[in-house]
Ligand binder design. Structure first.
Ligand code: HEM
Length: 498
C-alpha cells in the first residue's frame, strides 16, 4: 500500500516536472522568435508548423495560408524559419532589387547530413557558384541548346519514343516511364555523349532511384524535421541515391579521362575535365575539383530530367482530358504548318501560336516546381517592410503567382487563351509567367526544357491521337508532390493517325 502511494506521488511529481519543462520550453522558444517577422501560424518547438503539411501538398497549403496571412508570411519547417512569398512584386523585390541578399541558396538539412554543397551548381553560393553557373550555361550552349544539332538529337530520340508508343498497339498503357527515359536520354547525350537503350538496367535503376529520392524528401516529409534520420537504416535508401548517382556519373568520368581530346570536346564531361586541367595548370584557385565532378553533372541529369518529364506528362494528360485542345493543336497547326511528311522543327513554333500557348498553359496550370527551391538569407534583411533575420529560408511560391486571380482570367482552369492575343494569332507572355523562377537563380535549363517540350509534344501529336482507355475514370489532375510535382499515374491509348 505504502509503496503504491509513494510510487504514485513520485509519478505525479514526474508528470508535473515534465509538464513544467514543456511549458518552459514553449515559452523560451516563443520569446526567442524575433519581432516584426511576417505573420504566420504559431510554431511549436522542434517541429515548427510541419504538422500542417502532414498529408497535404506543400504548395496547396502555402497558397491556402497566403489567403489567411497575406502574400508574405512565416512558416517554420521543423525549427528552420521559412518565409513564403506569394506575390510577384515582392518576389521581384527580393530576387531582382535585393539580389545580393536573396540570391543565395539555402542548403536543405538533409543535404547537410549527406553530401553538403560540395561540387554543386544548385546549392553552392558566392564566387564558386557564379563560376560554375557560367560554365554550365556555356556548356549547354556549346552542346546545342537552341541549335539545329540538338534539335536533330531530340527528334532522333522522339523516333524511339514513337516506336515505343506504337508497340503498345493502341492498348492502354502508362506513359510515365517511357517519357522519363526519353527526356533523360537528351541530358545523357549532352552530358555523357551517349544515349541508353530503354532496357538498359543501369539506366532504369538510376531513374528509378531518382524518382524515389524525389518522393522521399518532399517538404512535408519527416526528413525535413529530423534530417539525421537519413543516417539510420530506415532512411538509408535516401542517402544511397546520392551514392548511386555518384557511381553512375563516375563510370563516364573515368571513361572520358582516358579518351579526352582537349581540342575536340564530345560533351559536357569533356569540357569539365579540360576545365579541371586548365585550372590546375594555371595556378588559379581550383574550383572544379576532380573528386566533386560527379555532383553538378549529376544535378543536370537529375534536375533536368525529372522536371521536363513531369511537364511533358502533364501536357499529354491535359491533352487527353481536353480533346478539343488536342484537336485544335493537331488540326489547326500541326497539319497546316508541319504536315505529316517531316518531323517538327523548333522553328515551327513561330508559326504555331496555339501549340505554344498550350505548352505555356500546361506550365502555368500545373507547374512542376510550384515552389522554387529555397533561397537563403545570410544577413539580416527587410522585405516588404518585414524583418527577415539571417538564417531564414525564403520560398518563392511560383504556383501562387501562376494562379494569381488578379492576373489570370480563370486561374483554376486549363485555358490556353491566357497566352494568346485577342485574334489568337500571336503568343503573349504575361509578367506573372515565371515557371522557371526569376533573377540570378533562374533555371539554367529553361531553353533546353522549352526545346524538348515543343519537339516531343509535337512529334507525339503529329503521330497519335491520344484518348483515355474505355472504362477508365478521368485521372485526377491534383499533382503528386515530392521535390517536384508530377501527375498521378494515368493510362492512355495512342491511336496512330492515318
Ligand atoms: C520544365 C522544366 C524545368 C522547370 C519547370 C525548372 C524550374 C526551375 C526552377 C523554378 C528553378 C529555381 C529558380 C530559383 O531558385 O529561383 C530551377 C533551377 C535550376 N534548374 Fe531548372 N527547371 C526545368 C528544367 C531544367 C533542366 C532541363 C535543367 C538542366 C539542364 C535544369 C537545371 C537547373 C539548375 C542547375 C538550376 C539551379 C540554378 C542555380 O541555382 O543557379 N532545369 N529550375
Amino acid at each position: 500500500m505504502v509503496l503504491a502511494a509513494l510510487l504514485s506521488l513520485v509519478l505525479s511529481n514526474l508528470q508535473v516536472t515534465l509538464l513544467f519543462l514543456i511549458v518552459f520550453l514553449v515559452c523560451f522558444w516563443w520569446i526567442r522568435i524575433p519581432k516584426n517577422l511576417p505573420p504566420g501560424p504559431f510554431p511549436l518547438p522542434i517541429i515548427g508548423n510541419s504538422l500542417k503539411l502532414f498529408g497535404k501538398s506543400n504548395y496547396e497549403l502555402f497558397c491556402h495560408l497566403a489567403e489567411e496571412y497575406g502574400s508574405i508570411y512565416t512558416f517554420y519547417l521543423g525549427n528552420i524559419r521559412g518565409i513564403i512569398v506569394s506575390d510577384l512584386n515582392i518576389i521581384k523585390e527580393a530576387a531582382v532589387k535585393q539580389a545580393d541578399t536573396f540570391s543565395n541558396r539555402f542548403l536543405p538539412p538533409i543535404l547537410e547530413w549527406t553530401v553538403q554543397d560540395h561540387g554543386s551548381v544548385f546549392f553552392q553560393n558566392g564566387p564558386v557558384w557564379k563560376e560554375r553557373r557560367k560554365f554550365f550555361m556555356q556548356a549547354l550552349r556549346n552542346f546545342g541548346v537552341g541549335k539545329k544539332s540538338l534539335e536533330y538529337k531530340i527528334n532522333e530520340e522522339a523516333c524511339y519514343m514513337i516506336k515505343l508508343f506504337e508497340e503498345q498497339e493502341e492498348k492502354p498503357f502508362d506513359p510515365s516511364q517511357f517519357t522519363n527515359y526519353v527526356i533523360a536520354n537528351v541530358i545523357c547525350h549532352i552530358t555523357f555523349g551517349k544515349r541508353f537503350n530503354y532496357d538498359d538496367t543501369d539506366f532504369q535503376k538510376i531513374i528509378q532511384l531518382l524518382q524515389t529520392f524525389n518522393r522521399s524528401v518532399s517538404l512535408g516529409g519527416v526528413l525535413q524535421v529530423f534530417p539525421w534520420l537519413v543516417r539510420t537504416p530506415f532512411y538509408r535508401h535516401v542517402a544511397d541515391v546520392m551514392d548511386a548517382l555518384k557511381d553512375f556519373v563516375t563510370v563516364y568520368l573515368n571513361d572520358h579521362k582516358e579518351t579526352l581530346n582537349e581540342d575536340n570536346h564530345r560533351d559536357i564531361i569533356d569540357m569539365y575535365l579540360s576545365e579541371i586541367k586548365r585550372q590546375q595548370q594555371s595556378g588559379e584557385e581550383v574550383i572544379f575539383k576532380p573528386e566533386e565532378a560527379w555532383r553538378s553533372i549529376g544535378e543536370l541529369f537529375s534536375g533536368g530530367a525529372d522536371s521536363t518529364t513531369n511537364t511533358l506528362l502533364f501536357a499529354i494528360l491535359l491533352s487527353v482530358v481536353n480533346p478539343d485542345v488536342q484537336d485544335k493543336v493537331v488540326q489547326e497547326e500541326i497539319d497546316r504548318v508541319i504536315g505529316s511528311s517531316r518531323q517538327p522543327s523548333y522553328e515551327d513554333r513561330l508559326r504555331m501560336p496555339y501549340c505554344e500557348a498550350v505548352l505555356m498553359e500546361v506550365q502555368r496550370f500545373k507547374p512542376v516546381a510550384p515552389l522554387a527551391p529555397p533561397h537563403g538569407v545570410f544577413k539580416d534583411a527587410f522585405l516588404a517592410g518585414y524583418y527577415i533575420p539571417k538564417g531564414s529560408q525564403v520560398f518563392f511560391n511560383l504556383c501562387a503567382v501562376l494562379h494569381d486571380p488578379k492576373v489570370w482570367k480563370n486561374p483554376k482552369s486549363f485555358d490556353p487563351s491566357n497566352f494568346l492575343s485577342e485574334d489568337g494569332k500571336s503568343v503573349i507572355k504575361p509578367e506573372n509567367f515565371i515557371p522557371f523562377g526569376i533573377g540570378r537563380r533562374i533555371c539554367i535549363g529553361e531553353h533546353l526544357a522549352k526545346m524538348e517540350l515543343f519537339l516531343f509534344y509535337t512529334n507525339l501529336m503529329q503521330r497519335f491521337k491520344f484518348s483515355l482507355p474505355e472504362g477508365d475514370p478521368t485521372p485526377s489532375l491534383v499533382p503528386v508532390v515530392g521535390i517536384l510535382g508530377k501527375p498521378v499515374p494515368f493510362r492512355i491509348c495512342a491511336t496512330p493517325r492515318g
